[in-house]
Write a protein that binds this ligand. Sequence first.
Ligand SMILES: NC(=O)C1=CN([C@@H]2O[C@H](COP(=O)(O)OP(=O)(O)OC[C@H]3O[C@@H](n4cnc5c(N)ncnc54)[C@H](O)[C@@H]3O)[C@@H](O)[C@H]2O)C=CC1
Ligand SMILES: O=C(O)C(=O)COP(=O)(O)O
Length: 393
Amino acid sequence: MTQHFPPFKIKTYNTLSPSGLEKFPSDRYLIGPGIEHPDAILLRSHDLHQEAIPETIKAVGRAGTGVNNIPVAEYSKRGIPVFNAPGANANAVTELVIAGLLLAARNIPDAWYFTKHLEGDGEELETLVEQGKKRFSGFELSGKTLGVVGLGAIGVKVSNAAAALGLKVIGFDPQLTVESAWQLSSDAIAAGSLDELLARADFVTLHVPLNDHTRHLINAARLAKIKPTATLLNFSRAAIVDESAVLAALESSTLHAYVSDFPSRALLNHPRTIVLPHLGASTVEAEDNCASMVSEQVRDFLENGNIRRSVNFPDVHLPRTEGLRLAIANENVPGMVSQITGILAEHKINIVDFLNKSRGDYAYSLIDINDHIPPPLLARISSIQGVLSVRVV
Ligand SMILES: NC(=O)C1=CN([C@@H]2O[C@H](COP(=O)(O)OP(=O)(O)OC[C@H]3O[C@@H](n4cnc5c(N)ncnc54)[C@H](O)[C@@H]3O)[C@@H](O)[C@H]2O)C=CC1
Ligand SMILES: O=C(O)C(=O)COP(=O)(O)O
C-alpha cells in the first residue's frame, strides 16, 4: 500500500534522450542515475536481472522494444507495470537491416577495408584498385527472395522497404496481428511454415522478441533447411540463433554469410560475418521517439494511474474526475472487484468512475471517488488475497 505525493524519483540507466527526460517537470521529479528509493526506473538495454527490485518501485519504462533485459514476471507479481515503446525505433532498425543486405551482397566491409589500406596515389593507386576489385564482386538484391521471420513493427517495415527495392518478400508470423497485416505490402506473401521460408529465401532476417519460445529458433536443424548461398541477418537478439550452429554452417559452407547486431569474439574472428555494435536503434530520431513515448507513459501512470502500452498489464486509462483515484493491481481471479467495491461500500464511499480490465494472469482497476480515503480502508484493500499493489493518485 502506498499513498504518494511528488516529487517522484526516477532512476535512469543508459543514456536516454533529453527529449524524453524533459517530459518530467523538474518541480515534480528528481531524475538521474544516482537516485535511491526510486518510484520508477527508465532504461534501455541495461540488464535488470542482476538488480534487486527496489521496495519503492511502481513502474519500469524501457525506452525501446525488447524487454528481455527486465525480469518482467517478477515485476508483474508485485503489481508493477513494465512499459516499452512499441514501434518507436522500428524505422531505425529497418534502415540498418536494408544496409545489412547491401553490406553483405556487395561485400562492402571487406572492400572498404581493402581500399582503406591501399598505399600510393594517382596511377599507382588506380592500378591497385582495378586489380583488387574483382575480389569483392557481389550480386544484386533485385529479384532475390527475402524471408522475414516476425511481422511486427520492424518485420513489416523491412518487408515493405525490401519489396520497394525489388526483392520478393516471403514472411512468417504465426501471431500476425490485423494491424500488421493491413500495413504489410500486398507484394509480400505468407510462408506456410518457418521451414518453408528458410528453404525459399536468399536472405533470412529475424524480427522476433527473445523469449522461451524463440531462444535458438535458428538452430542446426533449421540451418540445414537454408540455401547454402543464403545470408542470415539477426537484428533481434543474439540468442535467437544458436551461434555455434551458425559458425558450423559458415565453416561447412552451408550458409554463405551472417550479419548480426550482437558481437561475440567467435563472430568477430570469422571472415564471413558482418558484426555491428547493437546499433539498430541508435539514431537521434529513434532515441527521441523511444524516450518520449515511454516517459509520457510512465508519467501518466505515476500521476494518474493510467496504463498505456505496458507489456504485462492491460491498457487501462480514464479521464480524471474531481477527487482521488485508487489504482489497484491484482491477480486475475474471480471475486476481486466485488471484494474491493464491497470495502468501499462499507466505508460509505461513492464511486464516481470505475474501469477494470484483465490481461492473462493480472488485472488492474482505476476507481475514482470524491471523498477522502481513510488509511484503514487502504490497509483492508491491500490485505485482500490476490491484491498486488494499491496506490492513491
Ligand atoms: N537491434 C536493435 O537495436 C533492436 C532490436 N530489436 C529487437 O527486435 C525485436 C522485434 O521488434 P518489433 O518488431 O518492434 O516487435 P513486435 O512485437 O512489433 O514484433 C514481433 C513479432 O514477432 C512475432 N513472433 C513472435 N514469435 C514468433 C515466432 N516464433 N515466429 C515468427 N514470428 C514470431 C510476433 O507475433 C510479432 O508480430 C524486439 O523484441 C527486439 O528484441 C528491437 C529494436 C531495436
Ligand atoms: O529496443 C530494443 O529492443 C533494442 O534492442 C534497442 O536497444 P538500445 O536501446 O539501443 O540499447
